[in-house]
Design a protein around this ligand. Sequence first.
Ligand code: SF4
Length: 313
Amino acid sequence: MCQWQALGYRYFPLGLAMRQTFGCNVWKVSVDAGFSCPNIDGTRGTGGCIFCSAASFAPSRRFEEKRSITEQLNEGIKRVKRHYQHRAEKFIAYFQPSTNTYGEPEYLHALYREALSHPDVAGIAVGTRPDALPESVLDVLERIAATYYLQLEIGLQSIHQKSLDFLERRHSYQDFLDAYERTKRRGIRTGIHLILGIAGEDHNDILATAGEVARLKPDCIKMHNLYVVRETRLAELWSAGTITLPTLPEYAALAVDFLERIPPDIVIERIAGETDSAYLLAPSWTAVKHRARNAVDQEFRRRSTQQGIFAGL
Ligand code: SF4
């Protein structure tokens, strides 16, 4: 029996994985290094993914004034400590908005090292796209990962080309596989971001993604429901009634179907998206913290199952 099962969890949660790794409670603090994205600057496209609104992902993008990584960490750590007091002991600096490997290797190295030099920071997490991982950037990541805790998080969203096209990701599943395999070969801890409930995907499509992700064995998975924020092309489709979004019970059932097929040693970083209600249009349940997590827990209990029960079947 896995430790998470013995402790009564239905899946392997990030908080527990962090305590196992660091021996204390570790929180992620988002930092914005001001990167652009190949899907925005014209390299791949100019419109971005249809759901993308950098301002809704990171508070930092709502302000004109740019602050250093250290300043952002100081503020973020203070904010988390105010909310969670003694429970927050160490922090992961999470390079979150946009494409955080999209720069010159020396520049990236300096940014990551600045975060790692903060006395409360135990490691870094770096979010990126599959098409922004040239060998020169992997050299930097590998060098850092040899000494520090580093987790690379690659956005995939779906293995299905029709979904990648709908989301206007402007990369293929093959692009992802290429980047993922090159990253894993270097021994870099790697996570995958996925969206469940993409318009046009049926149940079999989602199970196929689960089966493929189980085969790839990433270190962690971050799951999002498809949600609509203001000033995106997805918002236009939703307002026109072109797409429907899963209800909370539908999403919980999808998430559990998915997790039942994911091996038990893969960490589940997030069960569903969370965003600022000032930006959110739909679904309304996304605005209430922990609502999706509670619904997924309830669905697991109703079925008497847990993560990985059907993995490899
Ligand atoms: S890859 Fe990320 S930052 Fe770039 S457009 Fe898509 S969601 Fe936005």
